[in-house]
Design a binder for this molecule. Structure first.
Ligand code: NDP
Length: 311
């Protein structure tokens, strides 16, 4: 059985995938060069943000497993075979990493640790009052794999947590909201907003001036999902006007964040290089292999993307 592994990989990453996948599925033949003539025999493709057109001309293709959690670029490729089932990556290690990043960002905002880091650079010894976690409500946009893991971490740390999803959800210890009215209610409550939504036509550009205007003044914003959720010019204006207090950003309209971008040196913006939750071949290969085995044995595959709702 031939499996095509294709995508855009950092140096050494493709080799790490091949080693981990070879161990997890010793009976499969992995082809990692799309130009390799054996690729046309592939009935399964494992993809990591592949260039558009990468899955064209594979007559036997029956299943696509994304090695990334977000699939918006894959879905935007008009050559993606429409009838082939597409699954996305859901790896508990990745959700745990995201929960750690959320906990770090929210704790640092609640306890003013970003401000103290700035004060250190200025040689200032200025202790401020200590805010309590139970007085620092957090809003989570998205209550899926990432949002639910973040919610568990935050409630464990004593933060009141509000969550927002498309459909009604119930999660232990959370005030759950959905729909437009739910978003409005959440924005009126929270001190910090953490974005963990998938990028879809409905969520693109959601983090923009109209949303900031509905939030409590001095909102902290943490974007760990996709750069296109945030209208960067609106965020900069809201920072200048005090509508937003502090930003923690892991994702950007253009990545890598271009030199000279105002976020780099803005005193109230913390920039991460898209590392909130990285896919780790060591754990994710086992997840992909388990789904591949399910597909081969005719069982339902897990974490199928709904092409209609686009996540
Ligand atoms: P899931 O599909 O598990 O969850 C998505 C959540 O968003 C669901 O709760 C869903 O609602 C909600 N949602 C979707 N559309 C809307 C909408 N229009 N209005 C309100 N809520 C909506 O995704 P994951 O949690 O696994 O991942 C989320 C995103 O995180 C990924 O798509 C990716 O972009 C990003 N990510 C970023 C990483 C990084 O390192 N920066 C790493 C991994 C992921 P419902 O429950 O009703 O379906």
């Amino acid at each position: 059985m031939t499996v095509l592994l294709c995508g855009r990989f950092d140096p050494g990453e493709q080799e790490a995938w091949l080693a981990a996948l070879g161990q997890a599925c010793p009976d499969e033949v992995f082809v990692s060069d799309r130009a390799d003539p054996r690729a046309t025999a592939a009935d399964v493709a494992l993809v990591a943000n592949p260039p558009p057109g990468a899955l064209q001309g594979l007559p036997r293709l029956g299943f696509v497993q994304s090695l990334w959690a977000g699939v918006e670029r894959l879905l935007a490729d008009p050559t993606l075979p429409p009838a082939v089932p597409l699954a996305r990556m859901v790896d508990p290690s990745m959700s745990a990493a995201m929960a750690q990043t959320v906990a770090w960002a929210v704790l640092a905002l609640q306890r003013d640790f970003f401000r103290y880091a700035r004060q250190q650079r200025a040689g200032q010894w200025l202790p401020g009052p200590q805010r309590r976690a139970d007085d620092f409500p957090v809003g989570l946009l998205g209550l899926g794999e990432m949002g639910a893991a973040a919610a568990r971490a935050l409630t464990g740390l004593g933060f009141p947590v509000h969550g927002w999803s498309r459909t009604p959800r119930t999660l232990p210890g959370l005030r759950c909201h959905h729909g437009e009215a739910g978003l409005h209610a959440l924005l009126g409550e929270v001190a910090v907003l953490v974005n963990l939504l998938p990028l879809t036509p409905q969520t693109r550009g959601l983090l923009a001036a109209p949303l900031f205007a509905r939030a409590r003044p001095g909102l902290h914003l943490v974007n760990l999902a996709r750069g296109a959720h945030l209208v960067e010019a609106d965020a900069l204006a809201a920072l200048a006007q005090g509508q937003l207090d502090e930003l923690v950003l892991d994702v950007f309209a253009e990545e890598p964040l271009p030199p000279g971008h105002p976020f780099w040196l803005h005193p109230r913006v913390t920039v991460l290089p898209h590392v909130a939750a990285q896919t780790d071949p060591a754990t994710a290969a086992a997840v992909a292999a388990a789904n591949l085995r399910r597909w081969r044995s005719g069982q339902p595959v897990q974490h199928l993307v709904d092409r209609g709702r686009q996540y």
